[in-house]
Design a binder for this molecule. Structure first.
Ligand code: HXC
Length: 258
């Protein structure tokens, strides 16, 4: 399907979705959010896709919500259209793993979009921030919530109150990103990580995603019970038998997602 604001390529079981509004540093406007939601839903339903990567350009993953598009809206407008509501939250309903490959600016909604993905690989030039405070507003899709759970209160308050940017090294120290790679290697490194995930049993992969995400939604006791039951349930799969047999026979496992 042809899109106006994103480019989708499918290669080696991986869907690479590139945000593509270079004139506005990939600011998230209505069209981009619609197209991203459709592309993600399509990738989630496409049997040829086993892992998804969202990326931007070298200069910007996304510089936030489109300020030009929203600046004149009223409270009634944004409330009625549920601006940055259900449509963008649809990303969190995708069952396949999503890696955010972030180069350059990931600000406001851009940082929040990256945090909605399952993990973030950052280029050395990445800059994360929640500068909404400079516009007289606050974050709207997780900048005060997901960010606080990920990096803790002190840093989340600092980022949201001062609007300062965090570089890749600080983001890695704070646990916001899983790894930092040379800027020119961002896509190859993200593709390599995605290929590793694509090799595994997709039943186990989706169970990991469900279980880790559960840890954000529930108590430790409930989360541990969910995890243990999920672990037990995987003994009903052929892939568990194959994975364990392959280890004992000192060979590579051939998972069949069954
Ligand atoms: C619309 C944007 C934009 C944005 C950049 N542009 N960010 N347009 N919305 N969020 C446009 C600029 O207007 C400019 O267009 C072009 O992209 C290049 O940007 P420059 O500012 O000239 O580039 P530079 O000097 O390199 O500065 C980069 C920057 C700066 C530091 C990232 O653009 C910036 O501060 N952007 C805004 C960041 C921000 O406040 N984000 C939060 C948005 S609110 P022209 O036409 O002039 O060339 C938000 C709310 C989230 O995200 C809540 C729910 C999602």
């Amino acid at each position: 399907m042809a899109y106006e604001t994103i480019i989708v390529e499918i290669e080696d079981d991986i869907a690479l979705i590139r945000l593509n509004r270079p004139e506005a540093l990939n600011a998230l406007n209505g069209t981009l959010i619609n197209e991203l939601s459709s592309a993600l839903t399509e990738a989630d339903h496409n049997d040829k896709v086993r892992c998804i990567i969202i990326t931007g350009s070298e200069k910007a993953f996304a510089a936030g919500a489109d300020i030009k598009e929203m600046s004149q809206k009223s409270y009634v407008d944004v409330y009625t259209e549920d601006l940055f509501g259900a449509q963008i939250e649809a990303i969190t309903r995708v069952r396949k793993p999503i890696i955010a490959a972030v180069s350059g600016y990931a600000l406001g909604g851009g940082c929040e979009l990256a945090m909605m993905c399952d993990f973030i690989i950052a280029a050395e030039n990445a800059k994360f921030g929640q500068p909404e405070i400079n516009l007289g507003v606050v974050a709207g899709i997780g900048g005060t919530q997901r960010l606080t759970r990920i990096i803790g209160k002190s840093k989340a308050m600092d980022m949201n109150l001062t609007g300062r940017f965090m570089d890749a090294a600080e983001a890695e120290r704070a646990g916001l990103v899983s790894r930092v790679v040379p800027t020119a290697k961002l896509i190859p490194e993200a593709m390599a990580a995605a290929r590793k995930i694509a090799e595994k049993s997709q039943i186990a992969v989706r169970t990991v995603k469900e279980a880790v995400n559960r840890s954000y939604e529930t108590t430790l006791r409930e989360g541990l019970l969910f995890e243990r039951r999920a672990f037990h349930a995987l003994f009903a799969t052929e892939d568990q038998k194959e994975g364990m047999a392959a280890f004992l026979e000192k060979r590579e496992a051939q998972f069949r997602d069954r």
